[in-house]
Design a protein around this ligand. Sequence first.
Ligand SMILES: *Cc1c(COP(=O)(O)O)cnc(C)c1O
Length: 368
Amino acid sequence: MADDPLPLFDLRRQWPMLREQTMAAFERIAAAGAFSLGEELEAFEAEWAAYCETRHAVGVANGTAAIELTLRGLGIGPGDEVITVAHTFVATVEAITATGARPVLVDIDPATRCIDPAAARAAMGPRTTAVVAVHLYGHPAPMDMLSALGVPVIEDAAQAHGATLGGRRVGSLGAAGCFSFYPTKNLGAMGDGGAVVTDDDDLAPAVRSLRHHGAAPDDANRHVRWGGTERLDNLQAAILRLKLRHLDSDNEHRRLIADRYRKALGDLPLGLPPDDEPEGRAVHHLFVVDVDERDRVRAALRKDGVLAGAHYPTPVHLQPGWRWLGLRPGDLPATERAGARVLSLPCFPGMREEEQERVVDALRRALA
Ligand SMILES: *Cc1c(COP(=O)(O)O)cnc(C)c1O
């Protein structure tokens, strides 16, 4: 076996390509002492809004803040219920809880691994004020059916930068799109970052104010709402501007890797990720198969020098910190089944074909 284990995601691959321009941006910003709320941030916001085909983008500190500030900007808080899934990164549910609203967790459609629109409809009640749809693993959630529910649909697009549905970018499909720029995301900063994109001319300034202590747009010393320290800083914005130029080609590489996996794994006893929607294109933030005995298979891969992942092995409603929601094992069967079976294979821009062959060979041995 090769000596270095193959990681799920290798963040070092792109540095040589980015080094010179990143260092120049660093020099420019440090020499100007312009670290917060400045030109780089505004320029990135304009470029990200254009990319997402929305009127506004507001840079925030991370993806969790993007969701929380969007909900608060829409006036959602204590007494409200917000429907989302338990098969997601815990941050989706944390952001809802942080507003004071109650998260109502519903099951997924096992075919798409995204929210089951029928389950969302069944969970609608008099206090329901929003749905947070997660485009999990880069696969667009069923936005049409969710939009028909009659409450704002907020997109958790933290895993889906650049994905499309009906020819439109995710993030532009609902009331607002929330992105994370955590380093491993399809568009990643060199630290934390996030953004809210929207066409809503009231929501954008509200989020802008919330990220900066509730400041009034024209007077930083007037605090018109309770906000916080949730800004995207200029260094991260500058890095994101550089990396945005590579987002489409990075996503193309992810698609190529996904296509090769599909062909190579077709005869193995495992479930492949869903094909693209007829009207959509996924961006394969993760390439997630499902297998029996996931933990055994994952351990065998690790012994064989391949670091696979599980996103997410324990659904949010079964996490110790979330028992207060009152859900129990068996309440979300498709979610729980997915949690026990999902296996994420290495898939990242810059991954080489022979590395992918290593993964396929190791998986073949593990499932033999
Ligand atoms: C990463 C992620 C988040 C949170 O983003 P942070 O920047 O880490 O706060 C939210 N939802 C999903 C689905 C994510 O993958």
